[in-house]
Design a protein around this ligand. Sequence first.
Ligand code: SAM
Length: 356
Amino acid sequence: MPQKVISIKQAARIAAPAPRYDGAQPADARGRPLRDLRISVTDRCNFRCTYCMPREVFDADYKFLPHSAILSFEEIARLARIFVGLGVKKIRLTGGEPLLRKDLPLLVAMLAPLGADLTLTTNGSTLVKHAAALRHAGLDRITVSLDSLDDATFRAMNDADYPVEKVLDGIGAAADAGFSPIKINMVVKRGVNDHQVVEAARYWRDSGHILRFIEFMDVGSTNGWRMDDVIPSAEVVRRVSEAFPLEPVEANYAGEVAERWRYRDGAGEIGVISSVTQAFCAGCNRMRLSTEGSLFTCLFAHQGHDLKRLLRGGADDGVLRDAIAAVWRAREDRYSEIRTAETARARKVEMSYIGG
Ligand code: SAM
């Protein structure tokens, strides 16, 4: 079904503030509230990052979802509104590469009036083209992934021969459009880009942007994860601190995933995301909506809950709300707390599908 062509102004008019849910906002089986929603808007990406969408698997024969299977903007906006009514305060658009989804600023304009903090994670490759429109449509914040400033290392990691320079241009365009601070995600893999940790810190210090180091995770079943390839965040903090002394900073809010550290000389801050060595399941308040409308209660899940069937079967908002709340209430996940070499080999849904 082709996406309807509407203007950003029309899109903003269609959306209305989310209704408040009169019933109690759901807590899951471990008492965690629902606060954060990640929406995957496409399972496609123009990069083939070796730790995420290895080219041997995501090759020319790989069957990505057909357009008819993926949620339309109207469907996404309707569900997002229900989620906000259930207590969601933050929505992140992701993928795959979210900016490959045609007319994404229209979706942003439909979601912005819901009043949640609206953010996007991108590889930055098309930000020069889209940053101003995204800002104009009401996007609050942007995170850009950039794993190395060394061109050869970066091209090898994205496996699409994509140069660092163009991502830096995209970050510049986002800053010019008014996004600040921009978060820069760097996945650190031993022997691949860990020699770039201090260089990255040096480059982004004093830039006004926030570099975040992410531990290499065993997402999906295709990235060949091994514990030996993980650089623990504690080691990253030690290496950066030896060059530029750091001190810890309080979390911005309960359940914040990144642990914050600031430079003692006032040159800004970094974050570390330690899903492997310091599991943060106890504070995890995140639900994921996959590209084709399934709900996932954990990044490491192997199975979702089909919401699209209800949505396309004519369910009203109350039925959808109750279905979402029921999935959340039954949630027990704490994968990162129980990870072993064996669980890491188990079948899990791919990050590009579920939304990173
Ligand atoms: N295409 C967008 C991008 O590149 O940012 C959004 C999707 S991507 C899956 C979201 C984030 O997940 C990126 O920062 C990426 O580096 C991170 N990521 C992907 N696979 C990962 C893994 N195995 N371990 C840690 N982070 C990973």
